[in-house]
Write a protein that binds this ligand. Structure first.
Ligand code: PLP
Ligand code: KYN
Length: 426
């Protein structure tokens, strides 16, 4: 049953007190503003630090200090197999089989590595479908891959234009693009959640459509991982990639991730190879012949950065305890409340860009200030000065993302009060 929202701090605090996930907030360091906690709505850009990260890092440094090279084989979690210690929890977060996921590299690097295998252009079929206004890395990566294969981005890059209010894209638009260009599209490469609009896409429906036209399908899940419960295996996508510094709270520049569907686990498609992708039972025979490990692990190049994987391991333990579905349930309430506050209290100054249907969004609301960009910048700066931490995306959007692990209903009230303070300033 929908909750009857109220705009008061007392009501919000009562919700926070009754929240079954409320204890998780204490597991994070909340950046202070003056002498209090800030209202941190920027988990869509850089998630907060779990308190358990520092001691876990310290433990690895101790192993290194005490064991040296022996740390690869000894210690509580020997470094040799370290990426495997995050595998099951990562698979649970993205809805995959454990051998379909690997934590490695960073998002942009993984996007390129995946395209090496899954963008196999031919003269007849060499186009890539991507959304117009995509995150720059995605645009640069697909364009550079097209050029790398000797094709011309002017014809080989098909950018899906928004056909709905506020820059969002309907399934019908995707259907139309595939009906028109499907036979020449080699790869459909779309986001799980679009970074600027906050729109969530139906991965399974897109994959079904694309497969009907014989296209490979990959998803950039930077803004979806740890935000929406995903079912990557069931979606049927060929691959997906993501970063871990947003909702996964694994720290600036954290180790990213990749999903490769089980049907490609033994693929003979080309890939860029390195020794950590080689079958681990024979890796140390040091032979010249590359024999890829079954599954996503076979795309690894290097032995993993242990100090960088540690925060991911710690963070994923938190996700295991919280559970993606419980996080999503709270997220629906929190973001629904924030949206309700904007619509009912602030509609003279703000409009929400993100779709109103909760199934078509995650935690993030992209908000536009009525009256134009300068008003938007002014509100954004006012919010930051008052300890309401969101982010600004050109040309005119403020992104506010209440995350269920550490945000409270009371944060949403603080946001609304700050907007009112800005609107009524002299
Ligand atoms: C959608 C999207 N793609 C790509 C990137 C770039 O990722 P990285 O710098 O980790 O390669 C980001 C932001 O980090 C992003 O939001
Ligand atoms: N790494 C950063 C460093 C500085 C400022 C932003 C970022 C981001 O990651 C932004 C994020 N990807 C976004 O969706 O805008």
């Amino acid at each position: 049953m929908p909750i009857a929202y109220e705009a008061t701090l007392a009501w919000a605090q009562a919700q926070d007190a009754a929240d079954p996930l409320r204890g998780f907030r204490d597991e994070f360091l909340i950046p202070p503003h003056e002498d209090r906690d800030s209202h941190y709505f920027c988990g869509n850009s850089l998630g907060l630090q779990p308190r358990a990260v520092r001691p876990a890092l310290s433990a690895e440094l101790d192993y290194w200090g005490e064991l040296g090279v022996e740390g690869h084989f000894k210690g509580r979690l020997p470094w040799m197999d370290y990426h495997e210690f995050v595998r099951d929890d990562l698979a649970a977060v993205v809805g995959a089989q454990p051998h379909e996921v690997v934590a490695m590299n960073t998002l942009g690097v993984n996007l390129h590595l995946m395209m090496v295998s899954f963008y196999r252009p031919t003269p007849e079929r060499h186009a890539i479908l991507i959304e117009a206004g995509s995150f720059p890395t995605d645009r640069y990566a697909v364009e550079s891959q097209v050029r790398f294969h000797g094709f011309d981005p002017a014809t080989a890059l098909i950018e899906l234009e928004s056909d709905q209010p506020n820059g969002t894209i309907s399934m019908e638009a995707i259907e139309r693009a595939l009906a028109e260009h499907g036979s020449r599209i080699a790869l459909v490469m779309l986001p799980g959640i679009q970074y600027r609009t906050g729109q969530a896409f139906d991965l399974a429906a897109i994959t079904r459509l694309a497969n009907r036209h014989g296209c490979m399908v990959g998803f950039d899940l930077a803004h979806a991982v740890g935000n929406l419960p995903l079912q990557l295996h069931d979606s049927g996508a060929d691959f997906a990639i993501w970063c871990s510094y947003k909702y996964l709270n694994s720290g600036p520049g954290a180790v990213g991730g990749a999903f490769v569907h089980e049907r490609h686990a033994r693929t003979t498609l080309p890939r860029f190879a390195g020794w950590w992708g080689h079958d681990k039972t024979t890796r140390f025979q040091m032979g010249p012949q590359f024999v890829p490990t079954y599954g996503a692990d076979g795309w690894q190049l290097s032995n993993p950065p242990i100090l960088a994987l540690t925060p991911l391991r710690v963070s994923l333990e938190i996700f295991r305890r919280a559970g993606m579905q419980r996080l999503r349930d709270k997220s629906l309430q929190l973001t629904g409340y924030l949206e309700w506050l904007v619509h009912s209290q602030l509609n003279d100054v703000l409009e929400v860009v993100t779709p109103g249907d909760p199934e078509r969004r995650g935690a993030q609301l992209s908000i536009r200030v009525l009256g134009g960009r300068e008003h938007g910048r002014s509100l954004f700066e006012y919010l930051m000065e008052h300890g309401i931490i969101g982010d600004w995306r050109e040309p005119d959007v403020i992104r506010i993302s209440p995350t269920p692990l550490y945000n409270r209903f009371a944060d949403c009230v603080a946001f609304a009060e700050a907007v009112r303070g800005w609107a009524s300033r002299s």
